[in-house]
Design a protein around this ligand. Structure first.
Ligand code: G3P
Ligand code: MG
Length: 238
């Protein structure tokens, strides 16, 4: 049985502040071959790494990322909310995050949360090339099909992953639009979906899986990638 790729969801986010360089470095340190992160565009068109559209939950500031410039975002502390020992962490730009693959060869799954400007999409694609892992490539995922199609319009070679809560539904969309990956909530993934995806030459990622016993079940189903907040534990459970 093939082992799935273990992907650290927002970095090693169970123990470290999500979507920070600290959480990414810790994921690399425990041997995760892949890291998922979420991106938004700032008011001045820089691509920054954060899950929510506003900075309120994971920083000491308030406001919408889309209305803040990079310089303003960089002043925020994005570590202290998780624990005082993480104080001083700054919001990473996508370039700073992807640069970790220059020395570690880790691959990133860049999840586009929201942006629509072609200029920003072109910047994202340029960064993916600038920091491509040796012998592989980063992937781009989104719940928003249009965001994926925008990436394809800029560079048809970027591996695209459609995200959704219903595996059968997104497999259908993936077939229609020829996306190589479906990224689905684990609860809707079963043996039939995995077999159908594989028969089409597509691959299946499940999120977010933090329970070793359940993890084994999905390994037996043959899923290709497992996105987890606990990469060390899932690597140990393989
Ligand atoms: O890529 C899987 C997962 O990140 C999708 O949901 O809300 O954690 O970004 P969310
Ligand atoms: Mg995400």
């Amino acid at each position: 049985m093939l082992k799935p790729i273990i992907e650290a969801h927002r970095g090693y986010s169970a123990q470290y502040p999500e979507n920070t360089l600290c959480a990414f470095r810790q994921a690399i340190a425990v041997g995760a071959p892949s890291i998922e992160l979420d991106v938004h565009a700032s008011a001045d068109g820089e691509i920054v790494v954060m899950h929510d559209a506003s900075v309120d939950r994971t920083s000491n500031g308030k406001g919408a990322i889309a209305q803040m410039k990079l310089a303003e975002l960089k002043k925020l502390d994005v570590g202290a909310w998780k624990g005082p020992e993480f104080a001083g962490e700054r919001i990473p730009t996508l370039g700073e995050a992807l640069a970790l693959s220059d020395t570690s060869n880790v691959a990133f799954n860049v999840e586009i949360k929201a942006f629509s400007s072609t200029k920003v999409v072109e910047r994202l694609v340029a960064l993916l090339h600038e920091h491509a892992p040796r012998g592989g490539s980063h992937v781009v995922s989104s719940f928003d099909v249009n965001a994926l199609l925008q990436v394809r319009a800029v560079d048809s070679g970027v591996p695209l992953c459609i995200l959704g809560g219903n595996a059968a539904k997104i497999l259908h969309q993936a077939e229609e639009m020829d996306f190589p990956w479906i990224h689905s909530h684990f609860s809707t993934v079963n043996g039939d979906v995995v077999a159908a995806a594989h028969a089409q030459g597509r691959r299946v990622m499940i999120w977010t899986m933090d329970k070793p016993a359940l993890f084994q079940h999905y390994v037996r189903l043959g899923v290709d990638k497992v996105c987890t907040n606990c990469p060390a534990e899932m690597l140990a459970a393989q």
